[in-house]
Design a protein around this ligand. Structure first.
Ligand code: ZN
Length: 163
């Protein structure tokens, strides 16, 4: 008696590009890294100083320290836009919204984080759960925030669920 042949799932999968990582596209005008060509984005050159016009002294420096933190997470692009700053790995996963006395740091996770520092959340589905933390001084840029940002980068940012 011959053994029944085991179906080879590999055969049906091969040649299919479904779910594969596509290369990212870079806007030739502003350098923004985008998941697909000609995707809408606030195209233009804004600086971090533009975002904090009218903010109290020291806030731009605080924002720069946050940018340094974001840049330490991996291969990321940090872009100042008209009303916010965004951080992109393969996709946008973190950023900030300026305030007069500081800024609101934003990051996305696959899970909901319950913590007193989380001042706001935004639900964009299970793959992009937005969390917001108010930053007012260098002390707020601590290891705890860093760990949340790293998790955000390592899951949402690099699209770890797409192989
Ligand atoms: Zn652009």
């Amino acid at each position: 008696m011959s053994k029944p042949r085991r179906p080879r799932a590999v055969t049906t999968e091969s040649g299919s590009t479904t779910g594969r990582r596509r290369p990212v596209w870079t806007c030739p005008k502003c350098g923004a890294r985008l998941i697909s060509k000609n995707l809408w984005h606030s195209c233009g050159t804004f600086t971090i100083e533009d975002l904090f016009t009218g903010a109290r002294p020291g806030v731009v420096e605080l924002a720069r320290a946050f940018v340094g933190l974001l840049q330490s997470l991996g291969d990321v692009q940090v872009l100042s836009q008209k009303t916010r700053l965004v951080c992109v790995a393969r996709v946008r996963f973190a950023g900030l919204y300026p305030r007069k006395t500081g800024f609101r740091a934003a990051f996305a996770l696959r899970r909901w984080l319950r913590h007193p520092r989380i001042v706001k959340t935004a639900d964009y589905g299970p793959r992009w759960r937005g969390h917001f933390v108010d930053i007012r001084s260098e002390r707020d840029l601590d290891d705890e925030l860093r760990a949340w940002l790293q998790e955000s980068h390592d899951t949402v940012g690099i699209q770890d669920d797409i192989v």
